[in-house]
Design a protein around this ligand. Structure first.
Ligand code: ADP
Length: 167
C-alpha cells in the first residue's frame, strides 16, 4: 500500500522553506498532495491559479506530487481525498502555538482520523516566510536565496504591479 500525505498551506508564494519541507516529506511518503488554500483573494498577492501554477512549474514533472486547491475545512478536504496525514513545517517558536492548536482541532474534527506530522524547518529557512519574500520583492531586494529560480520572475513581475509600475 502506498503512503500518501497532504501538505496544506497558502503558498503565497512558494518559498525555499516550503520546497525543503516538500522534498523531505517525499523521502518519507510515496505521494504528496500539495493543497493550496483558497483564502480571501484580498489578502494574498497571488490568485490560487497563480500559486498552483508556480508550484507546478517546480513539481509538474514529479509524478509523486499532485497540486490541488481547497477551501473550507482541511479535514473535509482530506476526507474527500481519502488522506489521513497532514504535513506541516515548524519554524521558530512563533509557529508552535498556532500549529499545535490547528493539529489538535483537525484531529478532533476528524474523529481522530487526521494526524499531523511536523517537520522542523532547516536552519537556513528558519526565519523565511512568504510574507518576508513579498516584503523583499516590493522593496526590490534580491530574492535568489529564498525562492526557486523557476518562480523568481513571477514574483518580481507581481511586485512591479504592486508598486504600480505595471498594470
Ligand atoms: P506562511 O505561514 O509563510 O504563509 P504557509 O501558510 O504557506 O506559509 O505555510 C504552509 C506550511 O509550511 C506551514 O506549516 C508553515 O509553517 C510551513 N512553512 C512555511 N515557511 C516555512 C519555512 N521557511 N520552513 C519550513 N516550513 C515552512
Amino acid at each position: 500500500m502506498s503512503r500518501n500525505a497532504i501538505y496544506p498551506g497558502s503558498f503565497d508564494p512558494i518559498s525555499n522553506g516550503h520546497i525543503d519541507i516538500i522534498n523531505r516529506a517525499l523521502n518519507i511518503f510515496d505521494n504528496l498532495v500539495i493543497a493550496v488554500l483558497n483564502n480571501s483573494e484580498k489578502k494574498s498577492w497571488f490568485s490560487v491559479e497563480e500559486r498552483i501554477n508556480m508550484i507546478k512549474s517546480i513539481y509538474g514533472n514529479n509524478k509523486n506530487v499532485q497540486v490541488k486547491s481547497f477551501d473550507g475545512l482541511l479535514v473535509s478536504f482530506m476526507e474527500k481525498e481519502n488522506l489521513n496525514i497532514a504535513i506541516r513545517g515548524l519554524r521558530a517558536v512563533s509557529d508552535y502555538e498556532y500549529e499545535l492548536q490547528l493539529s489538535l482541532f483537525n484531529n478532533q474534527l476528524s474523529n481522530g482520523k487526521c494526524e499531523t506530522i511536523f517537520l522542523p524547518a532547516s536552519r537556513e529557512n528558519l526565519y523565511l516566510s512568504s510574507t518576508v519574500i513579498k516584503e523583499i520583492a516590493i522593496n526590490k531586494g534580491k530574492l535568489e536565496e529564498y525562492v526557486d529560480k523557476l518562480v523568481l520572475n513571477k514574483i518580481e513581475e507581481k511586485a512591479k504591479i504592486k508598486r504600480g509600475e505595471k498594470l
